[in-house]
Ligand binder design. Structure first.
Ligand code: HEM
Length: 212
């Protein structure tokens, strides 16, 4: 079902907010990830791991799920469709992959946060935890690729897309032909009013008695 223009604008605003917000949230996560990887200071390490846990669960995961859902709405609610254009299909696949990797990674992040929250954990143990930089930087690259795809919407239709386009073209040609046929039908056939007794009276009064 195609959304009316106002609803489409609202849905697009929500989609951009969620999706670009996801990229922004990962950027702030990376700052903490770098601090966790580079710092030797116990307080900084503890604070970084705790904040990484909070940002991941309460900001990044909801934004990721929101981007995926709103992306689905934008696809099925517009002419783009979900399986018609390669850019939509690739966006969908990359977003699903990024979300699954994120959900798996949150287990590690939660573990880091738990260890950091324990006051008995030594500085050595905190330093040994390591970072999730490979995933957070890799994830950002994937998100940027999706962003560029969605902005530029490169041409390229799937087989399903071509088939659907053909079907639509044929249906619109058929309805055009039907309309033309109706227009070219004689007046008498289209107006049953003129075939009745009252109709003949009307025609007589306008000088078309013979036609009736
Ligand atoms: C991280 C993930 C995503 C990002 C950063 C993102 C970003 C964007 C942006 C910036 C736009 C606006 C482009 C424009 O019209 O100028 C857009 C539109 C769109 N996105 Fe996404 N998107 C993401 C995920 C998805 C997913 C998963 C889907 C499909 C399942 C999707 C489908 C669409 C569609 C169909 C539009 C066009 C809407 C329209 O023309 O009204 N997006 N996206």
């Amino acid at each position: 079902m195609i959304m009316p223009p106002r609803m489409r604008k609202f849905a697009l605003a929500a989609h951009i907010t969620l999706a670009v917000g996801w990229i922004g949230a990962v950027a702030s996560y990376i700052a903490l990830d770098v601090a966790a990887a580079a710092s030797q200071d116990t307080q900084t390490l503890r604070a970084a791991y705790l904040a990484m846990g909070l940002i991941a669960w309460y900001v990044i995961v909801p934004l990721a799920l929101g981007s995926l859902l709103s992306g689905l709405v934008m696809s099925v609610g517009t002419k783009w469709g979900l399986f018609r254009h390669y850019w939509v299909l690739i966006s969908l696949l990359l977003t699903i992959i990024a979300t699954v990797v994120l959900l798996v990674e949150t287990q590690t992040i939660s573990y880091f946060a738990e260890v950091a929250a324990d006051p008995t954990t030594s500085t050595e143990d905190l330093r040994a935890l390591g970072s999730t930089l490979v995933h957070s930087v890799g994830g950002t690259v994937v998100l940027l690729v999706i962003l560029v795809l969605n902005m530029y919407k490169p041409r390229g239709m799937t087989r399903y897309g071509w088939r659907k386009q053909d079907e639509q073209r044929r249906a619109s040609q058929r309805s055009k032909q039907d309309k033309q046929r109706k227009v070219s039908q004689p007046l008498m056939q289209r107006l049953p009013l003129f075939t009745g007794v009252r109709g003949r009276g009307i025609l007589r009064s306008v000088g078309m008695q013979d036609a009736a």
